[in-house]
Ligand binder design. Structure first.
Ligand SMILES: Cc1ncc(COP(=O)(O)O)c(C=O)c1O
Length: 342
């Protein structure tokens, strides 16, 4: 029985075309700025996001930490939704490395609202912390892949400009946001000063993220990347996978979204499982077991049937991605609809 791995969209492996692009890549020493493939990827990221410059970095976490390190004054606050990846899954790096204070706020579906941000503003009293950065996660992982509408982004950006606090977008999955909304990544990114996006999630590259912003910011980001030990040499091999991903895999994201909705429909039909995020707009589905039904047993049943899911003692997560086919998804749906564990 084939194992269907739905734990995350990070588990994809490079396909033949991507491996060939990696094999053929022209490389050089990127610390000297001499890797032409890295330079090509950085130019491509700048044109896709509409930003002046871009930097190839190791991960989404680094893409969030570098702006946190550069932009706000030490001791200032970072406003973000309380369920943000930066607060829960990045080892408190904003405090440990960047000297910043988390300012978690509420918001609907993992999204900041104008009201939530306005309410988090401190009075200008000298002994109170300043707001140094507003962070937007788009799509939002813990809320089930929700995305910001253009109106929501514009409202937040208008306000941030009026108070002179930059917005950083954790766009680890911003191409999913773009695919589902029909709004270009460039238009989405026009509502933030800096943006990071991942090549190694839904886009299917083996490693790497991009950080994009003004030329001045990226010049400093390059210094900080080196300071964090992230200056690498002949990484055109990885950059080639990123270029391949951006050129070939963006158009495949919508299939992941359709697959996630198929799984959500199967969960709706199940007497055992209950959806947590009712609206499935991208590729993440959270669900739980109905009352009286053991979550542990439900998880075991998935695993016994060759379906890997992630989750803790209260909630499960399924993330659809490039390496699962329509046929795989149909098998998962049949399994969910027929699941009996009482
Ligand atoms: C929304 C979001 N931001 C950032 C990251 C961090 O990415 P990485 O694992 O590449 O550090 C993730 C990883 O899952 C994520 O989901």
């Amino acid at each position: 029985m084939k194992t269907i791995d739905l734990r995350s969209d990070t588990i994809t492996v490079p396909d033949e075309g991507m491996r060939k692009a990696m094999y053929d890549a022209e490389v050089g020493d990127d610390v000297y700025g001499e890797d032409v493939t890295v330079n090509e990827l950085q130019d491509l990221a700048s044109s896709l996001t509409g930003k002046q410059a871009s930097l190839f970095i190791s991960s989404g976490s680094m893409g969030n930490l570098i702006p946190q390190f550069i932009i706000p004054e030490r001791g200032s606050e970072v406003i973000a939704h309380r369920d943000s990846h930066i607060f829960h899954y990045e080892l408190s790096s904003m405090a440990a490395v960047a000297g910043l204070m988390p300012r978690p706020v509420d918001g609907k579906d993992g999204k900041l609202t104008l009201e939530s941000v306005k309410n988090a503003m401190r009075p200008e009293i000298y002994y109170m912390p300043k707001t140094g950065l507003i962070e937007i996660e788009n799509t939002h992982n813990a809320a089930g892949g929700t995305f910001y509408t253009t109106e929501e982004l514009k409202a937040l950006h208008g306000f941030s400009l009026s108070i002179d606090v930059p917005i950083h977008m954790d766009g680890a999955r911003v191409f999913n946001a773009s695919a589902t909304s029909g709004v270009s990544v460039k238009d989405i990114a026009s509502c933030c000063e800096t943006i990071t996006f991942c090549l190694s999630k839904g886009l299917g590259a083996p490693a790497g993220s991009m950080l994009c912003g003004t030329a001045e910011f990226i010049a400093e980001a390059k210094r900080v990347r080196k300071m964090f030990g992230g200056g690498m040499r002949q990484i055109g091999i990885l950059a080639a996978a990123g270029i391949y991903a951006l050129k070939n895999n963006v158009s495949k994201l919508e299939a992941d979204h359709i697959h996630a909705r198929m799984i959500a429909d199967a969960i709706r039909k199940s007497e055992i499982l209950t959806l947590v995020n009712e609206n499935i707009s991208t590729n993440i589905v959270y669900f739980t077991a109905a009352e009286g039904c053991s979550l542990k047993t439900a998880a075991e049943k998935f695993h016994e049937n060759g379906i890997l899911i992630s989750g803790d003692s209260s909630v499960f997560r399924i993330v659809t991605h490039l390496d699962v086919s329509q046929e795989d998804i149909e098998r998962v749906c049949r399994f969910i609809e027929n699941l009996k564990i009482y």
